[in-house]
Ligand binder design. Structure first.
Ligand SMILES: Cc1ncc(COP(=O)(O)O)c(C=O)c1O
Length: 405
């Protein structure tokens, strides 16, 4: 079929497109564009990219469940039994028995009444925040919260205010500004996704009770990571049951895709009948649902041991970087920022690491504030002590080449 010749578009949108294209070209000119590399094989902590074996330091598979045989078997069996898709949206024909089993498993794992699943963690935040918050309600959000929370707030029709990162005095000031009878939602990441520090849950719970606010916590990076059995921030602080709305993803420690909210029965019933992303978007596919369900079972059986190894690895990696003189920000978890400040240094360090067998990526503005560029590295339970020694050696050499240390 002949394709029509069309003149290049030059309209009022073009500047936005050019801005991004210029940024991409800048990275390519430095010969340091490593985004969207295609992984062709995964073998434990190692991956193959463009025919080269690299040690993975940009993964969210914190407990190393990606590739777990029990999970893979459950996923394959689900395709044999149900096929590759569902009959549509959950409210109508799309619900399978394993969706219900997964939601019950999530609720039981976190000691809650019930749970709801969505097609991604991003969508879960968008859906929950925009369904709950209406005109006259207030949403009070930590300044370092994940983009999906920020976007959920932008979509909601209420008043959106932010408090200084992890600053409970500022949170209290914000709570005092809200009308006493307004619906108030306080929201934060449990482990902050770019910095690896932890939200001060005990103080926040106290303030929420004092000011009659609901507390929603995003456990994307704390499930499997915080608490001896991997049950997240409540277990870490010995406060099981303290959070009103517990959100998490099925794409990080859980090697699938999707997101969930677990809470009391009334709230979950409300979301299942009011949130548009549940009502108007298709159900999780069977292979993913079964993999997620099997993953929670594996954490129940193996979580304590995997979490012990993860903690050991975090200590070895963070300690090694700090001894070498790197600034690792506030991290106390497997998310370890290696601060470079400058964008060019972040690119140079990345290039050295990628060329010397370590898969790591830079995070630069606008994903982080100007002047706080970094390599965002992730340590997992799959790394061996020797792997971490190898990576430390490469990071230290890269830091010297780029002038970071
Ligand atoms: C804190 C946080 N919340 C939500 C999400 C979105 O989750 P998903 O990737 O499963 O959509 C992410 C993703 O990185 C995240 O870091």
């Amino acid at each position: 079929m002949p394709v029509q010749e069309v003149a290049p578009i030059k309209d009022g949108f073009q500047w936005k497109i050019d801005e991004i294209l210029d940024r991409v070209q800048w990275a390519k000119d430095l010969d340091a564009y490593y985004y969207q590399q295609a992984v062709s094989e995964t073998d434990g902590a190692w991956v193959v990219v463009g025919g080269q074996r690299k040690l993975m330091f940009a993964t969210y598979s914190y407990l190393g469940l990606l590739g777990h045989p029990y999970i893979e078997q459950a996923s394959k069996a689900a395709i044999d039994r149900y096929g590759t898709g569902t009959h549509g949206v959950r409210l109508l024909g799309g619900t399978l028995d394993i969706h219900i089993e997964l939601e019950q498993k999530i609720a039981q794992f976190f000691h809650r009444d019930d749970a709801i699943t969505y097609s991604s963690g991003y969508v879960t935040n968008l859906a929950t925040i925009s369904t709950l918050i209406g005109k006259g309600d207030w949403i009070i959000s930590d300044k370092w919260n994940h983009a999906s929370i920020v976007d959920g707030c932008a979509l909601a029709r209420g008043k959106f205010v932010r408090f200084r990162h992890n600053d409970m005095a500022d949170l209290e000031r914000r709570l005092q500004q809200a009308p006493a009878n307004a619906g108030k939602l306080v929201i934060a990441d449990a482990v902050f996704s770019m910095d690896g520090d932890i939200f001060p849950l005990p103080e926040a719970v106290e303030l929420c009770r004092k000011y009659n606010a609901r507390l929603m916590i995003d456990e994307a990076h704390s499930l499997g990571v915080l608490g001896a059995t991997g049950r997240g921030i409540e277990e870490h602080f010995g406060m099981i049951g303290a959070i009103d709305i517990k959100m998490g993803t099925l794409s990080k420690t859980i090697p699938g895709v999707g997101g969930y909210i677990t809470a009391d029965q009334e709230f979950i019933t409300f979301l299942k009948h009011a949130s548009r992303a549940f009502i108007f978007s298709a159900a999780l596919p069977p292979a993913v649902t079964a993999a997620c369900l099997a993953s929670f079972e594996v954490i129940e059986r193996e979580g304590v041991e995997r979490n012990r190894i993860l903690t050991r690895n975090v200590n070895q990696f963070l300690g090694g970087l700090q001894d070498a003189g790197f600034d690792t920000g506030f991290s106390v978890t497997p998310i370890v920022p290696i601060m470079t400040g400058d964008d060019d240094r972040a690119m140079l360090m990345t290039k050295y690491c990628q060329e010397n067998g370590v898969f790591v990526l830079p995070v630069i503005p606008p994903a982080v504030p100007a002047g706080s560029s970094r390599l965002r590295s992730n340590v997992t339970a799959t790394h061996t002590t020797e792997d971490i020694d190898f990576a430390l050696d490469v990071f230290i050499k890269a830091g010297k080449v780029a002038g970071v240390i």
